[in-house]
Each structure stands twice: as structure tokens, then as C-alpha cells.
Design a protein. Structure first.
Length: 329
């Protein structure tokens, strides 16, 4: 946690829940961050505009530092904190509360619109293969089912946290026939699949897709089998920093997710790597489906520039480049 003005309990709790993956999924993370910003704006007792702005930037830094790869988080902060404006505390507070409401309303519309776009690629009787858990990907299936299409799914368990179990549960609630398979069996079942349908944690300017580890290998196998790969991602998952050549950071998670302490001790002196994500090159992706339409991966940079320009501001940082500690406040 960075030094700075006191933070609302909701900000601290949300930051902890995002860091520990109690809150997961890009849209869910974005909504939680925006709502935490609103709580901070409503609760802060700052008595000057400068103090209010420092407090809000501090809250932004606390939230931003939790999940470096989840680009929807900084995009939520850009949308909300970037619209903070006014010459007095109450005007600043009102602008932030209005921005957070507008952002969460946009999130609601975005997933519905994305689902309708993605459903157009799914035909009656199709089978999809999923990896990890994505509310955007499931929105496409839900919309297809709502159109009266029969859809079945082969769901990868997605080690090490088994997010595929969540996907399987939600698909069954939609009435979709589900077959759960271990990750290493994916290639065996691709001949029975009409689409690989995955989400994304972030999408780079070149159309590269950052998603749960294992997505890239699945995409390579699917391309070999001639199975189209559809990526469902709201525009909050576009990574504007990559417009200027920034490399997407791949989060390394705790080794305890991979192996228990006692098993590790039994094996002996080993290194354990647990990368959370990998990058699927754009040549393996057939379409990126967003609430703004579907795009070939090489065209996503056009949409990114429309939304963010040539780069992205970081409104959670202090104007002078400091960390906002008490000494600089």
C-alpha cells in the first residue's frame, strides 16, 4: 500500500479482494474499482480541492497496484478519475460520482451489446470450447441461447485455479450441455468443436490477446484443426499503453496455487513458476468481438485510437511525479 491520505474502508477491501482474486473478471474488477472510487469520493472529509484530489489519486494508486495485467482496472480509473473536475470540493465530488454512475451504466450496456454481436457468429447446433471463465464470452452464448439456438460446450478445467468449474456451472444454468475436460485433453476434442470462445484480460494494439495461461497453446492447436478462435472482450480491455510500445506485464502468481507446501518439501529443491497469463499472437485469432462490433485483430488499433487517442493518461499519479506520500502532500 502506498503512503498518502487515509482511504475509505471500501477502497482497502476492494483492493484486497482484487489482489486475492475474490473479485475476478475484467468487467467485475472494473465495476468494483469504479464503485470504490465512488465510496471514496462520498466519504472523504477533505476540506480543500487540492486535498480532495490528492485523496482520490491515492485511492486510484491503491487500486491500480493490485492487478497489473487486468487492464480494465486502469481503464476504469481513467474513466472516473479522468473526469474529476471543479473548483471546490462539492463540485469535484459530484463530477466523480456522476462519472462512476455513467461508467457502471456503460458496463451494463456493453456486455449486452457484445453478447448480441458474438451470438451472430454462433449457429444453431454449434459446440464451443472455452478456457478459463469470461463473462464476456458467456454473454455471447447466453444471447445465442436466447435466440433459440441449441448450443453445447466443451469446458476446459483451467488449472491451477479451476475457473472452468465456474464456467461449467453458469453454462448449465443457461441450459447448455456441458462436457468438462482436463486442460491437456483439449486437442483431442477440437475436432468436435465449431468455435473456440475465450475472453481476454487485455488486448494489445497489434491485436495480441492477453488471457489466462494456456490460451495461446489452445489457439495454436485450434488453428491447426481449422477451428475459428473468437475472442470476446469489452472495449475496457483494450490496452492503450501498448500504442506507445509498452509491453504488457505478465503477472506471476504464488506458487502455492500450483503445489502444496508439503508436496514441495517432499520433492526437494525445485523452482516453481506460475504465470497467470500468456499472449496469443494476432495471427491465431479470427475475430475480436466487442460492444462496438467485431474486428479482425489487425484492425483493433483503429478502435483503440478512437477511444483513447495515441496514448493514455494516468490520472491516479501525482502531477509532479511523486508517490503522494505525506511528505509531498
Amino acid at each position: 500500500m502506498t503512503d498518502g491520505p487515509p482511504l475509505a474502508e471500501a477502497v482497502e477491501a476492494t483492493a484486497d479482494d482484487i489482489a486475492t482474486m475474490e473479485i475476478r473478471g475484467a468487467a467485475t474488477i472494473a465495476r468494483a474499482a469504479a464503485e470504490a472510487v465512488a465510496e471514496q469520493a462520498a466519504e472523504t472529509d477533505a476540506d480543500t480541492p487540492a486535498a480532495f484530489e490528492r485523496t482520490m489519486r491515492h485511492a486510484g494508486r491503491r487500486l491500480y497496484g493490485t492487478r497489473p495485467t487486468a487492464v480494465s482496472l486502469p481503464n476504469a480509473l481513467r474513466y472516473t478519475l479522468g473526469r474529476m473536475a471543479g473548483d471546490d470540493v462539492e463540485t469535484l465530488r459530484s463530477s466523480l460520482l456522476a462519472a462512476t454512475t455513467a461508467f457502471t451504466d456503460r458496463l451494463d450496456r456493453a456486455q449486452r451489446d457484445l453478447g448480441r454481436v458474438g451470438a451472430n457468429r454462433i449457429r444453431d447446433g454449434d459446440t464451443v470450447m472455452t478456457h478459463c471463465h469470461s463473462t464476456d464470452a458467456l454473454a455471447c452464448v447466453e444471447a445465442a441461447v436466447g435466440q433459440g439456438k441449441e448450443v453445447s460446450a466443451i469446458v476446459k478445467e483451467t488449472r491451477p485455479r479451476n475457473q472452468g468449474h465456474i464456467t461449467a456451472t453458469e453454462l448449465r444454468e443457461m441450459g447448455v450441455d456441458v462436457t468438462l475436460v482436463v486442460d491437456s485433453a483439449a486437442r483431442r476434442y477440437l475436432d468436435d468443436v465449431d468455435h473456440v470462445l475465450v475472453g481476454a484480460d487485455s488486448i494489445a494494439a497489434d491485436g495480441g490477446v492477453v488471457n489466462k495461461i494456456g490460451t495461446s497453446g489452445l489457439a495454436v492447436n485450434a488453428r491447426e484443426r481449422g477451428v475459428p478462435i473468437m475472442v470476446a472482450a469489452q472495449t475496457i480491455k483494450l490496452h492503450p499503453d501498448t500504442l506507445t510500445g509498452h509491453t504488457v506485464e505478465i503477472e506471476m502468481r504464488d506458487e502455492s496455487e500450483v503445489i502444496a507446501d508439503d508436496a514441495r518439501a517432499d520433492i526437494g529443491d525445485i523452482a516453481v513458476e506460475n504465470p497467470a497469463f500468456d499472449v496469443t499472437p494476432p495471427r491465431y485469432v479470427d475475430a475480436i468481438v466487442t460492444e462496438s462490433g467485431q474486428f479482425p485483430p489487425e484492425s483493433i488499433v483503429t478502435l483503440m485510437r478512437e477511444l483513447f487517442g495515441e496514448s493514455a493518461d494516468r490520472p491516479w499519479e501525482e502531477p509532479d511525479g511523486t508517490t503522494g506520500s505525506a511528505s509531498s502532500a
